[in-house]
Design a protein around this ligand. Structure first.
Ligand code: ADP
Ligand code: MG
Length: 237
């Protein structure tokens, strides 16, 4: 069976800066894969290439057996690429349920069905009691969960999570970890960017370490954390 997601020799240049350099990764169906690495390693850039925010300078991206390299973000979302966004300002003035309905409208053109889907996702993510609250009134951990809920409402095959556990208290982070496991148990593949290794390593099946735009190491979390190359990248050698 082919991987759900593959990047093949992907490069991204911003002028003279090389943000992604010959990056080839794959994510299998049902996996939770962690994409880690120091600040500026190129993690968010790779996410943007996968989600279709920008086309790679070179290389190709394959999703669910299809070359999506030049497919716009909205079309990739239709194919099943879901991602979290920073909560944008305009959404802050909307209720929690309306935020999630925006995601659900990707698959349900009938408003009543989109609303039903949104309620189901709020139950799933533990936000049901906050449905009618303004997004701006949520505490930070709830805002992160709302981002996940909005992405889940698009009914993705692959969920891209960019630092959704960063900056949370240990208890909140554990709630987040439990939610990611629940997402995978629901049959959704997860690729997550996290900066904090202690949180992400116990959760992922496989870790891919980016450094200076390149894949430095990949493998089982226990092996990756002990790898001298990874240790020196994090210590800034
Ligand atoms: P990470 O998410 O791993 O911290 P990023 O992918 O955000 O890293 O950034 C990788 C490098 O690319 C950084 O040096 C960053 O400054 C640069 N970069 C990211 N986006 C842009 C952009 N739109 N224009 C110019 N440089 C960018
Ligand atoms: Mg980033």
């Amino acid at each position: 069976m082919t991987a759900l997601l593959e990047t093949r020799g992907v490069w991204q240049r911003f002028g003279g800066l090389v943000a992604n350099s010959d990056v080839s990764i794959s994510v299998g169906r049902g996996e939770i894969v962690g994409l880690i690495g120091p600040n500026g390693a190129g993690k968010s850039t790779l996410f943007n290439l996968i989600a279709g925010v920008l086309p790679p300078t070179q290389g190709s991206i394959w999703f669910d057996g299809e070359d999506v390299t030049h497919m716009p973000a909205a079309a990739r979302c239709q194919r099943g690429v879901g991602r979290t966004f920073q909560v944008v300002k305009s959404f802050e003035t909307m209720s929690v349920i309306d935020n999630v309905i925006v995601g659900a409208l990707v698959r349900n053109t009938v408003m009543r069905e989109a609303r039903r889907k949104a309620h189901e996702v709020l139950e799933f993510t533990g936000l049901a009691a906050r449905a009618d609250v303004l997004a701006s009134d949520l505490v930070p951990a709830e805002k992160r969960r709302l981002e996940v809920a909005r992405a889940l409402a698009t009914e993705p095959k692959l969920l891209l999570l960019d630092e959704v556990l960063t900056g949370l208290t240990p208890t909140e982070a554990q709630t987040g970890v439990a939610l990611v496991r629940k997402v995978r148990d629901a049959g959704i593949t997860v690729l997550m960017v996290e900066h904090v290794m202690e949180i992400v390593m116990p959760l992922v099946d496989r870790a891919i370490v980016l450094d200076l735009g390149k894949v430095l190491v990949e493998g089982k979390p226990a092996d990756v954390v002990r790898d001298p190359k990874v240790i020196s990248a994090y210590l800034g050698d």
